[in-house]
Design a protein around this ligand. Sequence first.
Ligand SMILES: Cc1cc2nc3c(=O)[nH]c(=O)nc-3n(C[C@H](O)[C@H](O)[C@H](O)COP(=O)(O)OP(=O)(O)OC[C@H]3O[C@@H](n4cnc5c(N)ncnc54)[C@H](O)[C@@H]3O)c2cc1C
Length: 279
Amino acid sequence: MKPAAFDYERPGSLEEATRLLAVPGIFSKAVAGSQSLGPMLNLRLAQPELLVDITAIAELRAVADQRLHVEIGACVTHADIEDGRIPDVARGLLRFVAGRIAYRAVRNRGTIGGSLAHADPAAEWISTFPLLGAEVIACSRRGTRTISAENLMVSSFITVLAPDELIRAVRVPKLSAHARWGFCKLNQKAGEFAHAIGAVLYDPQDARFRAVIGAIETTPIVVPDAAKLFGGPFSHDIADRLDEHAVSETLDAKGVKDQYNRQIALVALKRAARQAGAA
Ligand SMILES: Cc1cc2nc3c(=O)[nH]c(=O)nc-3n(C[C@H](O)[C@H](O)[C@H](O)COP(=O)(O)OP(=O)(O)OC[C@H]3O[C@@H](n4cnc5c(N)ncnc54)[C@H](O)[C@@H]3O)c2cc1C
């Protein structure tokens, strides 16, 4: 199928892009890598009157390496991260995750901002950035605001972003040299979206011990104090200490009823814990 007709603009500045997105009476949408929006246009699930291509905005491809965090522009692609073109302040986690998204052709064009804004529950970044305690910087004609990555997603394919709001960058806090992580994407064949994601992060510098269960529910399940899932603080044998009852309670609290989803969530979390413990 072919998309319905639309107008197309490719502004060179954020100011112009946010102005175009805010024109009253016109249903406009930003487009970055077009890896999700493209199929939606073709299927006519989305029929915007105007597409605002944001890939010519230099600011959205910029990376700012600060003392405590790195700010990654929204139009940085998965391949940019996979290939190490940006500093991986998360001790290899960002590269590990990026390299497992879809296929190389998709990673060459798909962007972190597009992935977050699209908010597919099965996508990687929507689970990874909350694990890291990252923040999303959004901007519109009304100004700039910072949203915790954990609070970005409201439900499947729905975020707190206003229709005229753009993600400018993602602010990722730096991990210490002693930090450990594990990330498990469960799928049946390479290149497929996740059926479940389990992720564990431990950083002794600030006693951060977090876990995320993703892709089985509408929004990722973030556990800020992962000690409760493992019956105590981080240690190398945490995978063996995973408390299935505590995981079950966490899933209950989020309303996860499907037995298959509950089981694969447990498996993904255990594998992530094993990786973190072995790191
Ligand atoms: C075959 C295939 C397999 C895939 N497999 C996976 C997978 O395994 N894991 C995974 O995580 N992803 C997967 N994806 C998704 C892909 O990785 C892209 O990240 C995703 O399509 C969105 O990025 P994009 O830049 O292409 O966004 P686009 O398609 O251009 O846009 C998507 C949505 O985000 C909005 N948007 C884009 N940029 C911004 C911005 N800066 N601010 C606000 N709104 C914005 C658009 O308006 C649109 O609503 C797959 C895609 C395909 C086609």
